[in-house]
Design a protein around this ligand. Structure first.
Ligand SMILES: C[S@@+](CC[C@H](N)C(=O)[O-])C[C@H]1O[C@@H](n2cnc3c(N)ncnc32)[C@H](O)[C@@H]1O
Length: 274
C-alpha cells in the first residue's frame, strides 16, 4: 500500500510497532479515533512528528504503557443510558428468568460501572444468585479499579438519577457506603462478578453465555474489525442469547444481521435466532 500522506504512513508504522513489540493490535481501529489520540499525545508531550512517538514506544516502557492508556477510552457511568436499562428489565429479564443458571459477558467493561449496574438490576429481579457476570477489558488499570468498586462521590447525584430513570426499585444509596470523597459498592454486588483481562482483537471466544453487553467499544473499530468481533460474540452466545450494543453502534451493517431478531431496535438489543 502506498501512502500519499506521510503522517498516515507514520501512524501505520507506529501501530505496527506497538503490535510487534507489545502485542496490542490497534491496526484495525478507526483511523479518526487513533489520529485524535495521537494528536492529543503530541500536543501534551511536545512531539514534532509521529515517528518520535514510535521511538519512545519502542524504547521506553513507562511511556509505552502511558500511550497504551491514551488509546483506550474508559469513559463509563452507572446505568449509562437509563432507557436502555429499562428495556433490559422489560425485554431481557423475562428471557433470563427461564434459565436455571445465567452467564453474562460485559466486554469492554472499563472501570466496572456497567457490571455493578447489572448486579443491582439482577438483585432487584431476584436473579443475581444464579448469575455469573464476566466483566472483561484489555486495560488492566481500569480492571484493577473495577475490582475495587470504589468510585468518586462527585458522580453520585447523576448516577442516582440514572438509576431512578432506569426503573430502580430501591434507594440507590442502599448499594454503597460513603467514605470521604468516595463511595464503596456493597460487597454483595461483587460476589458473582469475575473480572478478567480479555482483548477482543487478539483473544478468542471467552465463554458460552446467555447475554453479551458490548457498549461503546465497537465505535473505535473499523468495519472489518467490527465484523470480526461480531463473529466472536455470535460464537459466544447460546441460541436465543441476547446481544446489547451501545446507542451509536448497530448490527445492521454486520454480516450477521440476519442471524438476529431485534428485541428493541432503538436500544440496540438483539436476540440470536435458534
Ligand atoms: C468507552 S469504554 C465503554 C465502557 C462501557 N462498556 C460503557 O459503555 O460504559 C470502552 C472500553 O473498551 C475497551 N476496549 C477497547 N479496545 C478493546 C479491546 N481490543 N479489547 C477489550 N477491551 C477493549 C477500553 O479499554 C475501554 O475500557
Amino acid at each position: 500500500m502506498r501512502y500519499k500522506d506521510t503522517s498516515d504512513l507514520e501512524i501505520s508504522l507506529l501501530l505496527e510497532a506497538i503490535y510487534r513489540k507489545h502485542g496490542y493490535d490497534f491496526r484495525q481501529y478507526s483511523q479518526a479515533h487513533i489520529r485524535r489520540r495521537i494528536m492529543n499525545r503530541m500536543a501534551i508531550s511536545g512531539f514534532e512528528d509521529v515517528s518520535q512517538i514510535q521511538s519512545k514506544v519502542l524504547n521506553d516502557e513507562t511511556f509505552a504503557s502511558e500511550f497504551l492508556q491514551d488509546l483506550s477510552i474508559t469513559v463509563t457511568e452507572m446505568f449509562r443510558d437509563p432507557i436502555f436499562y429499562r428495556s433490559l428489565r422489560e425485554n431481557v429479564i423475562p428471557i433470563l428468568k427461564t434459565y436455571p443458571f445465567i452467564k453474562i459477558w460485559h466486554a469492554g467493561c472499563a472501570t466496572g460501572e456497567e457490571a455493578y449496574s447489572m448486579a443491582i438490576l439482577l438483585q432487584e429481579e431476584g436473579l443475581y444468585d444464579r448469575t455469573t457476570i464476566y466483566a472483561t477489558d484489555f486495560n488492566q488499570l481500569a480492571l484493577n479499579q473495577a475490582k475495587e468498586g470504589i468510585f468518586s462521590n462527585k458522580m453520585i447525584k447523576e448516577y442516582t438519577t440514572n438509576y431512578q430513570l432506569a426503573g430502580g426499585k430501591e434507594s440507590f444509596s442502599s448499594y454503597y457506603t460513603s467514605n470521604y470523597d468516595n463511595v464503596i459498592m456493597n460487597q454483595s454486588l461483587k460476589k458473582n462478578i469475575v473480572w478478567a483481562n480479555h482483548n477482543l482483537v487478539t483473544d478468542s471466544v471467552f465463554a458460552e453465555v446467555n447475554l453479551i453487553l458490548c457498549r461503546n467499544v465497537l465505535i473505535y473499530f473499523d468495519k472489518n474489525l467490527q465484523n470480526k468481533v461480531q463473529s466472536l460474540f455470535y460464537n459466544s452466545l447460546i441460541n436465543g442469547g441476547v446481544l446489547c450494543l451501545g446507542s451509536k453502534e448497530s448490527l445492521r451493517f454486520s454480516d450477521l444481521y440476519e442471524e438476529y431478531i431485534e428485541l428493541d431496535a432503538k436500544q440496540r438489543i438483539f436476540k440470536k435466532k435458534y
